[in-house]
Write a protein that binds this ligand. Sequence first.
Ligand SMILES: NC(=O)c1ccc[n+]([C@@H]2O[C@H](COP(=O)([O-])OP(=O)(O)OC[C@H]3O[C@@H](n4cnc5c(N)ncnc54)[C@H](OP(=O)(O)O)[C@@H]3O)[C@@H](O)[C@H]2O)c1
Length: 272
Amino acid sequence: MTHAVIGYGRMAKALVPALQAAGEEVVIARRADGAAAVADAARSADWVWLTVPDDHIAATAAALPWRTGQLALHCSGATPLTALAPAPAAASFHPLKLLAGDADLAGVHVGIEADGVRRRELQALAERLGLIPLILPSPMGAQARAAYHAAANLAASGVLAVLAEASALWAAAGLAADDALPALLPLTRGALDTAALRGLAGAVSGPVARGDTRVLARHLEALASAGLDNDLLLALGRRQLALAEAAGRLGGPQVAALRALLAGPGTRLHRP
Ligand SMILES: NC(=O)c1ccc[n+]([C@@H]2O[C@H](COP(=O)([O-])OP(=O)(O)OC[C@H]3O[C@@H](n4cnc5c(N)ncnc54)[C@H](OP(=O)(O)O)[C@@H]3O)[C@@H](O)[C@H]2O)c1
């Protein structure tokens, strides 16, 4: 099996070493090589991976000289296979990992959208690369695809946004900004490790899960006096309340008091 990888960005820098380590023959083609060289690379391969930004997958596929027997692949969780329509066959292989450099894909789930024999081939490839295959519906409906991709984004970059908010509160406490991430990240890791063992409802802790309404009220006051938005704290508080209720940790009056405190869309301050 020979592979051409078109576009050498974050995904390709993780995928190419993984393919090579599994003994696959890989040629990389970059825009800087020129259109003819990219076309030659694509022509030479059995499988052609389009590891370009999502918005450019369709145009890149349309510009390549496809031949019978080739498979076009993209690694996007958000893009339908119709973007690869100019190719004789299409599939997607979407590693569920935030990649920001030379990342290792081992142990990561990979969403696979493919039919028949291609599905089995990709499943086998995933296993050889040390990934965990996750077979997606094929074709995947637009709404399901968007929900799947939103879930993945929330689980990765969404957590980063929560940590950015926590760091802003840390600074509002007058603590050194440089200490924020080193002090807060172990909390995040600990919560994730506990959730992996006990599930989300079994792991949730803090004032909402304990029913400490006065502590929560002071959190909200601290945000207000620091001039910070409270929309995220309120929204996440409501989700924590649902987890605590699912765990059976709170009595009716506690739930009612927390709901009242957490109600509403929150205050959104418009900062430049
Ligand atoms: N990064 C992640 O965390 C992650 C995770 C899962 C899935 N993905 C998916 O992987 C795919 C690639 O994402 P990425 O994060 O690797 O992106 P990226 O780091 O921005 O790299 C994309 C590469 O595509 C080429 N490229 C850039 N603009 C282009 C254009 N206008 N037309 C054609 N090619 C262009 C460039 O390579 P050359 O300069 O070499 O041509 C660039 O390095 C996307 O479908 C994305 O959804 C990414």
